[in-house]
Design a protein around this ligand. Structure first.
Ligand code: ZN
Length: 382
């Protein structure tokens, strides 16, 4: 009898938990982080925002992993680096075949969801990684890229970034050149989404005039609430909706709360010595993440309230409709997020906060994944 009860218990406890909804996050940088820490993301990690254990706890079942390197990775380096990060993702999937699936199209995303396996997708963040070569673009498409963020903070020779368009005010922005247009058309043809987060306004409108498919902003917020060059102005949001596209809200405190930058500046000034020491060991981004770990109590005090993030979602929903908003946390790509959002285990808190302001389950389902699936599917057909 005991053995029977035990086997019944084991049967039920080993069944994949019923999934509440498709939950897609369109932007996570953990593979840049993982190249430094060599963490096994299949196991619970003491630092950072992502691992498969916390993803399961938070109901996250689909993630676009950002493949990223900064502008110091120029010709001869960027493409190789992108492939190293993609290799790390492939290796994680290969080590966890029953838990994960590398997903290259919407059909495979649905298959992974139905099988209760975590869907891993590739988003390449920064057009400089193709090093101005169409064969490198083709190669990344073949490896499974689901979106290309045309620029990171640095412009390419074929598209100007938000940073460069705002800093170099006296220069006529480049926008999208002929080669840029060819790249957008190639992405369209291959069912790969064009990501306009990080591009300047000139490039943004050139992309919308060129793309025959809906585009996404994989990790950007509302400029009207937080006037940062990485966020989208009302006119841009309306244009994105007209294109059938999607803006996925970013959790980074600096894009959520306009008061954060000043508070962060004071925090960094106070602990400059520690930051300098950490910068000797780590890259600048990772050093500031580690500084927040080191001085957690004070770092926690300057985080915005979760309701500030909800304000961005609700503002965009009211402006352009429920069908054009998604989630692109930027977890592991930033050092600070709203209070309560510590890792991928915390999405239920965001769902609860949306419910609290009157969002129905069907609306939250759209924001948390349904809209992404629709846009990706719309990119597949000629
Ligand atoms: Zn980014």
């Amino acid at each position: 009898m005991k053995a029977f009860l035990l086997s019944v218990f084991l049967f039920y406890s080993l069944q994949p938990q019923a999934q509440q909804r498709l939950l897609v996050d369109t932007h996570n940088d953990v593979f840049s982080f993982q190249l430094i820490t060599r963490a096994d993301l299949g196991k619970l990690q003491p630092i950072g925002n992502f691992d498969l254990v916390r993803a399961a706890k938070g109901g996250l079942n689909a993630q676009v992993f950002s493949i990223w390197c900064g502008e110091s990775y120029g010709k001869g380096k960027g493409f190789a680096h992108a492939n190293r990060e993609i290799d790390s993702l492939y290796a994680l999937v290969a080590r966890n075949p029953s838990r994960m699936l590398l997903v290259r199209n919407p059909q495979e995303l649905k298959q992974a969801y139905q099988q209760g396996r975590f869907a891993a997708m590739i988003g390449v963040e920064g057009g400089h990684m193709i090093e101005d070569r169409m064969d490198y673009l083709d190669s990344l498409i073949k490896r499974g890229m689901c979106y290309l963020t045309l620029t990171w903070n640095n412009s390419t020779s074929w598209a100007s970034s938000a940073r460069d368009e705002t800093i170099k005010k006296d220069m006529k922005p480049l926008g999208l050149t002929q080669m840029g247009k060819q790249i957008v058309k190639t992405l369209n043809k291959n069912g790969v989404m064009v990501d306009v987060s990080h591009v300047g306004e000139a490039t943004f409108y050139d992309v919308l005039a060129t793309s025959t498919k809906p585009v996404i902003a994989s990790h950007s917020n509302a400029y009207s609430i937080t006037p940062h060059r990485r966020n989208l102005k009302d006119e841009q949001l309306k244009a994105l909706a007209k294109n059938g596209g999607l803006v996925c809200v970013n959790f980074y405190s600096g894009f959520v709360d306009k008061a954060y930058d000043k508070k962060e500046e004071e925090f960094l000034k106070r602990y400059k010595k520690d930051l300098d020491s950490l910068s000797v060991i780590y890259t600048p981004d990772f050093a500031s993440t580690m500084l927040n770990v080191l001085h957690k109590k004070e770092a926690d005090q300057i985080r915005p309230h979760l309701s500030t993030l909800v304000k961005h979602i609700d503002y965009i929903v009211k402006l352009i409709g429920i069908d054009h908003v998604g989630i692109g946390s930027d977890f592991d790509g930033s050092e600070s997020f709203p209070a309560g959002l510590d890792s991928v285990s915390d999405y239920p808190k965001l769902a609860a906060a949306l419910k609290k302001i009157g969002y129905k389950k069907e609306w939250i389902d759209k924001i948390f994944g349904g809209n992404f699936l629709r846009v990706w599917e719309a990119n597949q057909y000629k």
